[in-house]
Design a protein around this ligand. Structure first.
Ligand code: GCU
Length: 761
């Protein structure tokens, strides 16, 4: 019978093998817990782990595998100095058969070289998040009988539960089992029991086979009148118990929680789960956390899920890579509808034009997660167009789409386009459904622009199911204002932005769903903005999961039925005005305001309640709001202090900084106010603002012009991600502040520089 022995404890770790300077660590572990999100140049290199392992003598014929649940990003594993293999990609499960190498009842040495250096061709190579290095998910020793479900099929569990046809009357499943034998020919029985949630047997089937080496056996089975997995409303899971019996023993067994369901994405009406309309109210999640990096514990995963449930979401985009099995299990259990994806993100490799590693990671993602009923779509790329529109990248995306369909015909393919991909671009035909990462109201334009864009896209592509795969704005809880405006980084703008979009998205039935970017703040070593280094602050909740920003409650008011009231701008304590507006989010119908204990007013409304022109007391004003439901009272408190002058701590020192930056040298540019703009003749053989940055950087003279006008971009770690784009393209996509005058100034100099003739071989 299969045994899974966790071997997380008592490892040794070193950054420098030569030094022999080992530190004791336990898995999950990363060496970037501190430097991964504080604006430092974080440690990216090969590091070493070692573990002594004593294995009791195994009964004749049994097999032993070492199982890694994730090592970022390239690993080499050795067992008693024998190299077992190299694994490329930091997010998936991989295993090695060590049966023949174990010295039983003696010390065996398991050595792992883990390397988080950036290697072209191993995804991701550049992205807006920190690539924490290490063995950051569980390591197990798996002992099996000589005959067992295959453990070497791209890290899968060797059993695939397909939902061939599901409706209210019946759920037709087929259970594909891959059985591996290391014995002589043997008679075995493969049994599938389907148990309901109370453990009662609903149905079973079995097949008797002779096994020698490897076989594949498919067992069809139908559940009549199934209880369907209805997302968060009823995440009903059957237990598919699949086992191998030999003589009187069960020699291998898997319990696969399975929610039977069918779904559809309609281009006009949105998403349907089991025939019921369901707008996907989604949030995106990265897998890191303050003081942990990626080395999350089960409690961390549980807390994330609890918070996602609290806000009332019913769908999660698990960005930008494969997450822990534990979390997908939680999604099945809690009824979250999942978008799962590979890290084919930001920039395609320049050495491997076939995207092999992206394809390998897709096969791993699908095979390892095939049985998670919560997953309905596989994402093939995220903003891969940001580094330029390249024919070979399009080809890879198309091939990834075909591969995904080949691997799984029961789910749909999707992708997250960068916002600048035109509505009529062929990209929008590559996958079954489409997602756009749109940042109106942050990187570009105003929040309200979403409405027209959505309608335009739908008019251009009436048959393409459209979702918003990302949207967000920075919100830093130190900063506050009475007059929220784009790129001010305040908690108020952040909340208003999301409030506005909740309405715009809800009004459009054709939109199948949307995913807030991001549910939690996360580590992004390449960032430095809003006075915070190494972070992306777009979360509705802080990086340590301790503080819910006001925007969290804007969502909770609309999405959740759990009664609450929340006063916004509570952290904006010092007020330099005589009167203020008090905005309250609630999912109850009536909210009553009390000031210094005195009842002021009751407002009736829908989610957002604004008490206007509330006069502040000379010193402190105590605010209380109360709402009732079913005779229960819900309340919230705040206090504000009146001050003579606005407190400067509430103002972000570098508004419009960071990625949303104006990267140009303002002082220099201000010297040219009187310049007359004339038409320039920009030809293909000279440099210009239309030339991709990578090409500019290869030419010294052009680089000097670029440096002169954009000193902060050239030194920014962001450059690696953007180097496949031209300044014109970036300006169109992100509103980087390249106005007509600046463009003229740069081009006037750049067109003097001739591109080198391509060498013809
Ligand atoms: C992109 C990208 C994310 C990133 C986000 C942002 O669209 O997909 O990885 O973090 O934008 O700029 O915040």
């Amino acid at each position: 019978m299969r045994k899974i022995l966790n071997i997380n404890n008592n490892w040794k770790f070193t950054k420098d093998l030569e030094s022999n300077n080992w530190e004791n660590v336990n898995i999950p572990h990363t060496w970037n817990t501190i430097d991964g999100y504080n604006g430092n140049e974080y440690y990216k290199d090969a590091c070493w782990y070692e573990k002594e392992l004593v294995v009791e003598r195994l009964p004749q014929g049994q097999r032993a595998y070492i199982e890694f649940n994730a090592v970022n990003s390239i690993s080499d594993v050795y067992f008693n100095d024998v190299h077992l293999g190299e694994h490329k990609g930091g997010y998936s499960i991989f295993r090695y058969d060590v049966t023949e190498l174990i010295k039983f009842d003696e010390i065996n040495i398991l050595t792992v070289k883990a390397d988080n250096s950036i290697i072209d061709g191993v995804y991701p190579t550049t992205a807006d998040f920190t690539f924490y290095g290490g063995i950051y998910r569980d390591v197990n020793l798996v002992i099996t009988d000589s005959i067992h479900f295959d453990l070497m099929d791209h890290g899968s569990c060797g059993v695939y539960v397909s939902q061939d046809q599901v409706n209210e009357e019946s759920a037709k499943l087929s259970i594909k089992t891959k059985v591996v034998s290391h014995s002589e020919e043997e008679a075995i029985r493969i049994v599938v029991d389907i148990l309901d949630m109370d453990g009662n047997l609903v149905k079973y089937t079995a097949k008797d086979v002779l096994v020698k080496e490897n076989i594949e056996v498919v067992l069809p089975i139908t559940i009549e009148n199934p209880i369907l997995w209805q997302g968060v409303d009823n995440p009903y899971l059957y237990n598919v118990n699949v086992r191998i019996e030999k003589h009187n023993d069960i020699i291998d067994e898997l319990n696969i929680p399975t929610g039977v369901r069918y779904f559809e994405f309609d281009p006009k009406k949105g998403f349907f789960l089991n025939g019921k309309h369901m707008k996907l109210k989604g949030v995106s999640r990265h897998q890191d956390k303050f003081e942990r990096g990626w080395a999350l514990t089960k409690e961390d995963h549980d807390l994330d899920m609890q918070l996602i449930k609290e806000v009332g979401a019913n769908s999660i985009r698990l960005a930008h890579y494969q997450h822990d099995q534990y979390f997908y299990d939680l999604c099945d259990k809690e009824g979250m509808v999942i978008w799962a994806e590979i890290p084919f993100i930001s920039k395609a490799a320049t050495t491997d034009l076939t995207g092999q590693n992206a394809k390998d990671q897709m096969v791993e993602l699908i095979r390892q997660n095939y049985n998670h009923s919560s997953i309905v779509m596989w994402g093939v790329q995220n903003e891969i167009q940001i580094s330029g529109d390249l024919p070979y990248v399009r080809q890879i995306v198309k091939e990834l789409n075909d591969l995904t369909h080949k691997e799984d015909s029961t789910r749909l393919t999707t992708q997250a386009n960068v916002m600048s991909v035109p509505n009529n671009d062929e990209y929008n035909t590559y996958t079954d459904i489409i997602g756009y990462n749109k940042y109106y109201g942050w990187y570009t334009g105003k929040t309200e622009d979403f409405a027209d864009w959505l309608d335009d896209f739908h008019a251009t592509n009436p048959n393409k199911p459209l979702g918003i795969s990302e949207y967000g704005a920075e919100g830093i809880i130190t900063y506050h204002t009475d007059e929220p405006k784009v790129k001010d980084y305040t908690e108020e703008y952040h909340a208003l932005y999301h409030e506005t979009l909740l309405k715009i998205f809800n009004e459009r039935d054709f939109l199948w769903g949307s995913y807030v970017w991001n549910f939690f703040d996360f580590g992004s070593a390449i960032r430095d903005e809003g006075g915070v280094k190494g972070r992306n602050n777009k979360g509705l909740i802080t990086f340590d999961r301790k503080i819910k920003k006001d925007a969290f409650f804007a969502y909770k008011a609309v999405w959740s039925n759990e009664p609450f009231v929340h006063i916004t701008s509570k952290r904006f304590i010092e007020r330099a005005t005589d009167t203020i507006n008090i905005k309250v989010y609630s999912n109850l119908d009536e909210v009553t305001l009390f000031i210094n204990g005195e009842k002021i007013n009751t407002l009736t409304g829908n989610h957002t309640f604004v008490f206007e022109n509330i006069k502040l007391s000379e010193e402190t004003t105590d605010i209380k709001v109360i709402a009732t439901k079913d005779d229960r009272e819900y309340s919230d408190y705040a206090f504000f202090n009146k001050v003579a002058k606005p407190n400067p701590v509430y103002e972000c020192p570098d508004q419009g900084g960071g990625f949303a930056a104006n990267w140009f040298d303002e002082d220099l540019i201000s010297q040219f106010t009187d310049i007359e703009i004339t038409e320039l003749n920009i030809t293909d053989d000279v440099f210009s603002t239309g030339t991709i940055l990578a090409e500019i950087l290869e030419n010294e003279e052009a680089t000097n012009v670029f440096r002169k006008y954009c000193p902060s971009l050239i030194d920014s770690p962001m450059l690696s991600m953007l180097s496949g784009s031209s300044l014109d393209y970036l300006n169109e996509s992100f509103d980087i502040g390249l106005d007509e005058r600046l463009c003229f100034l740069m081009n006037r100099e750049l067109i003097q520089i001739k591109k080198e003739e391509p060498v013809l071989v």
